[in-house]
Design a binder for this molecule. Structure first.
Ligand SMILES: C[S@@+](CC[C@H](N)C(=O)[O-])C[C@H]1O[C@@H](n2cnc3c(N)ncnc32)[C@H](O)[C@@H]1O
Length: 288
């Protein structure tokens, strides 16, 4: 096995074990609370964007739904939703909180989605696809369960943002994630390092190539999340200042007016930026 393949397997094994542990599930539920972690308010914007691609009545799969915040947002938008995840503890939380919303909870693995071909009008995945080194395999599964003309939408990391930041960097910023292109050097520094910070990424051309190969049309890659997760910021101010910056941003996000401004900017301005300006961009594809 080449080094790269063994690192890929290591990340896959680590991530699987990580997500099925109930300790992890509890931690994740606690950290998803926007009252306690104001940065989580950002994810409400993700839900708005993902929901905007569907009409009331659409049957939508929320893959890797976790405790189902996006499933709930989609159901409140009028969709009938299937929330699918491998973590029984997180699904249990969704069962507890979903009330009488139209949400079916299905335990299952994204590599083999428990659904029929063409079952859904659309598929979304929030904070999910970037965990997988072989995310394109999962995207192919999402395409399989989606109807022709259905929409598949998910946030994904922009390679253009990392590359631009590296070209102009003033500091190295190990606080930020590392990706498929950089994982060998990440492990070279410390082979025992936990791969918690792995995040898959793609350039526009790479995403187009993957989509073409699996019967999807890439409709758009829309810039998002200028303020919080941005390599340009991390590589410009360095790891120490980045920690300070993020904690200050979290404080600002508690203030309703500042939050309103940041979210207005994210919705009005950021989508029109060049893609290298942001890291967590929305990928929107259509099943052919
Ligand atoms: C960062 S969480 C995101 C959860 C949710 N989408 C959200 O935004 O709150 C990643 C989720 O992926 C799930 N997951 C990890 N590997 C999976 C797999 N192979 N199949 C299905 N779900 C998986 C985890 O259990 C976890 O709920």
């Amino acid at each position: 096995m080449s080094n790269k393949r063994s690192e890929i397997q290591r990340i896959r094994d680590f991530k699987s074990a990580h997500w099925v542990s109930s300790e992890m599930a509890n931690k994740f539920i606690e950290r998803s609370n926007p009252e306690r972690f104001p940065i989580m308010n950002y994810y409400k914007l993700v839900d708005l964007e993902l929901s905007s691609h569907f009409l009331p009545g659409d049957h939508v799969l929320d893959l890797g739904c976790g405790q189902g915040q996006t499933s709930i947002a989609l159901a409140d938008h009028g969709c009938s939703v299937v929330g699918c995840d491998i973590s029984e503890a997180l699904l249990q939380e969704l069962r507890r909180t979903k009330g009488d919303r139209k949400i079916e909870v299905r335990a299952g693995d994204a590599y083999n989605i428990p659904a029929d071909a063409g079952e859904f009008d659309g598929v979304v995945a929030r904070m999910f696809m970037t965990h997988f080194v072989d995310w394109y395999t999962i995207l192919a599964e999402m395409a399989r369960v989606c109807k022709s003309n259905g929409i598949i939408a998910f946030p994904f990391s922009s390679k253009e943002n990392r590359v631009m930041a590296e070209q102009h960097q003033k500091f190295d910023c190990p606080e930020l994630y590392y990706s498929t292109d950089t994982l060998e050097s990440y492990f070279a520094a410390d082979p025992e390092k936990k791969p918690t910070r792995f995040s898959a990424e793609a350039s526009h051309d790479e995403m187009t190539g993957v989509c073409n190969a699996i019967g999807l049309e890439l409709v758009d890659i829309k810039p998002f999340n200028f303020f919080y997760f941005n390599f340009l910021i991390g590589y410009s101010i360095g790891p120490e200042k980045l920690v300070e910056y993020r904690s200050k941003l979290s404080e600002f996000l508690k203030n309703e007016e500042i939050r309103a401004f940041i979210f207005w900017f994210e919705q009005m301005v950021v989508p029109h930026f060049p893609r290298f300006m942001t890291s967590s961009n929305f990928v929107i594809c259509r099943k052919l």
